[in-house]
Every structure is written in C-alpha cells, then in structure tokens.
Design a protein around this ligand. Sequence first.
Ligand code: DON
Length: 302
Amino acid sequence: MREMLSETYERYRDVQDGRVADYIPALAEADSGWFGLSLTSATGHRFSFGDAQLPFSIQSISKAFVYALVVQELGHVEVRERIGVNNTGLPFNSVMAIELNGGRTMNPLVNAGALATTSLVPGTTWDEKWDFIHAGLSKFAGHELEIDERVYESEMETNTRNRGIARLLESYGHISLDPMQVTELYTRQCSLLVTAEDLATMGATLADGGDCPITGIDVVDPSVSRDVLSVMATNGMYEASGDWLFEVGMPGKSGVSGGIVTIAPGKGSLATFSPPLDAAGNSVRGIRATRHLSNKLGLNLF
Ligand code: DON
C-alpha cells in the first residue's frame, strides 16, 4: 500500500495548477509544494507518504465532523429539518444560497449551514460549547487536537463575510445562538490543527460506523455516520460535488487549507494534503491523487 501512495505522490508532485488560498492571510504562507497522502483502514492499519505528518488547520473539513456530533445529539429528523441536505450549486460562502432558499440553510457543509449547525452544539456557555466541539473532533482523530492560534486570529480579523452570513440567518430566525458567538466558535473549529494522518483516522471512524479504529472509542452511532456520508457525497466538494462523485465515486470533504478526506464505507479512509486549490476551493493535487487511488484500489462505490 505504501508503494501505491508513493507512486501516486510521484505522479502528481509536479502538478503546478491551482492557487494557495490567501483570503485568510495566515493561510497564504503555505508552501505550494506540500503534498501528503495517508490511508487508515477500518481495522486500524495506517499507511502514509510525503507530508502526511505536517499540521495544518482543518478548515471546512471540520463541518462534516461537527455535523456528526450535532446529529448524534439532536437526531436525524430534527437536524435534517433545521439544516437541510441539498446542494446549493453555489460557492461555499454564498449569501445568495440563503436568499434563494427562503432564508434557510441548504446543507451543513457550506458556510451558512455550518454556522447554523455549530449554533446547535449543546452547552449553556460558549466555553461548554467549545469544549464539546474540541473533545468531539479529538475523539474522531484518536488524540487531543491543538489550535493554530495564528490562523484563528488571522481569520477572526478578516471573517466579516461569515459574520454577515450569521447575521442574515439571525434575521430569518434560523440560528440558535448569538451570531457573533457562533462565528467565533465556527472559526475556532476551523483552526484546529490536523495532519493528513489525523484526517484519515477521522474518516476511518466514519467508515467504521462511528468507532475510531485507532482507539476503539465509539464516537457516534452507525446511523449518524450514514447521515454524514450521504451529505458528504452530495455536498462535500461544494458546487463541484457532482464532478467529484462522478470521478471518485466516494463521499469526500475538502478544506481551504488543502486537505481532502475521502471515505470508503466499511473499508477505511484516504486523506490528502496539498494547498493549491481550484476555483471551487478544492485541492488540485488532492482531487487527482484521490481519483487515481480510487481507480487503482477499486473503491468507486458505483
Ligand atoms: O469559513 C471559512 O471561510 C473558512 N474557515 C473555511 C472555508 C473552507 O475551508 C472552504 N473550503 N474550501
């Protein structure tokens, strides 16, 4: 397996397409050459190659796992009703998607739905809510995750658009916490540091019906994993989710710092890290490497 990861690394390492995100100033410092690949099986075997131990902020990939924790608490019916499950067909930070949907969010994996999902996290104080998110995402990864305070501060100084989205949702009565507090919680969850290896373990937890294959801890129920995987399949790569599913054939979730986690249900998870992004905000090398490995390993679900 390691040979297959190294062959994939060599095949795509020289790809020059894509641009490193710079709308969050601290992310612009990423090296466009970073490239890591990691695979964790549902039985807990791990294989990695390249920059798979390099930490980076999880960004949008956190959305899938916070969604899992919220569905575990509130259940399939309530979260579906409040957050939605359909693709917006619009960029991840779209305001129009809210307006076109009568002031409601469309799914938990774009910014509006993610902010609304984070507002549903249990806890009476901001600290309790943060502890719930931090502990939950750490359980998925199998160890305690740290925060990149620089990325957090950098995004807090520039996240006027997310604050605007949270305020707009408040105006429609579709957010259950003070919009500024929600934006802070959401920005903090996006600043948690992970490696490609961590992401593969987090994905393998979903692949294994919610049990972390490294620690054996039962993080969420199998029915919750199923809900998360279905929204990842339809929405995980934003407006490019159809292209992704067509080429890769598995649920995946990307983040603006360059990570992608892909889940082979029942089998395991593959994670890639490479900062240059395409126009939709998805890692260029990550998409190509995952498509290649999906074909080579026969992982396409269809
Ligand atoms: O809210 C934001 O803009 C970032 N914290 C996360 C966005 C993101 O990762 C979208 N990815 N492609």
